[in-house]
Design a protein around this ligand. Structure first.
Ligand SMILES: NC(=O)c1ccc[n+]([C@@H]2O[C@H](COP(=O)([O-])OP(=O)(O)OC[C@H]3O[C@@H](n4cnc5c(N)ncnc54)[C@H](OP(=O)(O)O)[C@@H]3O)[C@@H](O)[C@H]2O)c1
Length: 249
């Protein structure tokens, strides 16, 4: 199956690399010729600035550009999928077979990834197209599932809590450490262990810290140390959430 990846951002780069590693026929198309050329050189893949024909188009552009880009595909016999966790298939506006090909991972260009471990969720208009995408996805990943848009919305919401919010907490934690000139690297074993633990345990069962111990003296002491208003709000909300989950007075 001949695939054209549209875009030259984080997801486009990593999907192109995953396809290349599995020797799946793939080329790149997009509006950013400089970036396309850079990826093309690195991965030794062809790129186009005029849309070529293909069996499958994977639209890997910003969510707000998906509709506009989808209108540029004139091939009615093609299968076209976007890679967004939060858009329905109907965000694709052209006349062709529509689908979603959603890899559940946080993609940053410079970060190396093991593609075989990344769950890929597909959603297509027909069982035949779902099978085509599942087959393709299983060439890359050992974890491939079909999912409805209803469920995908919750998948994405869960990912926002489990990844985006947690990363923001790391950023806030680093601010506190930086202000005291404590190198953030000292926290990496703690962070790694926190994540390792939940590979085998329910997160709710392994909560530690002053909030779940209901240690009000420490909580008040911490509150006095926080100087940033936003960080103070997060500290309050997190403690309140923990108190509620563990039914603490
Ligand atoms: N990043 C993740 O962790 C992740 C994970 C799963 C799914 N996704 C989904 O994957 C898709 C791509 O995300 P990303 O993180 O790869 O985005 P990104 O790194 O910000 O790259 C966005 C790409 O879209 C292009 N673009 C933006 N507006 C455009 C327009 N009007 N016309 C044509 N091209 C346009 C950009 O081109 P320029 O360089 O010219 O601006 C760039 O190539 C999104 O739907 C996102 O929700 C992302």
């Amino acid at each position: 199956m001949n695939t054209v990846i549209i875009g030259s951002g984080n997801v486009a780069y990593h999907l192109a690399k995953a396809f290349k590693e599995r020797s799946l026929p793939v080329s790149l198309f997009g509006r950013n010729a400089g970036e396309l050329e850079r990826i093309s050189d690195e991965l030794d893949l062809p790129f186009y600035t005029e849309l070529p024909k293909a069996d499958l188009f994977l639209i890997c552009v910003s969510d707000r550009a998906v509709e506009e880009v989808s209108l540029q595909i004139p091939y009615q016999d093609a299968l076209v999928a976007h890679t967004s966790g939060s858009l329905p298939r109907e965000a694709l506006k052209g006349s062709y077979r529509k689908a979603c090909f959603y890899p559940l991972q946080t993609f940053s260009r410079k970060q190396k990834l093991n593609y075989s471990e990344i769950p890929i969720f597909v959603d297509a208009e027909t069982p035949e197209d779902a099978n085509v995408l599942k087959h393709l996805a299983s060439e890359i990943s050992g974890s491939v599932m079909e999912i409805s848009f209803e469920q995908r919305k919750y998948l994405h919401l869960t990912a926002v809590f489990a990844c985006n919010f947690v990363n923001h907490l790391f950023a806030r934690a680093k601010e506190i450490a930086d202000a005291q000139e404590i190198p953030f690297r000292y926290f990496l074993p703690l962070i790694d262990e926190t994540v390792k633990k939940i590979h085998h345990a329910n997160p709710e069962d392994v909560q530690t810290g002053p909030a779940v111990r209901n240690d009000k003296t420490i909580l008040e002491r911490h509150e006095k140390l926080i100087t940033n208003t936003e960080t103070a709000k997060i500290y309050d909300v997190m403690n309140e959430s923990i108190r509620t989950m563990y039914h603490l007075e």
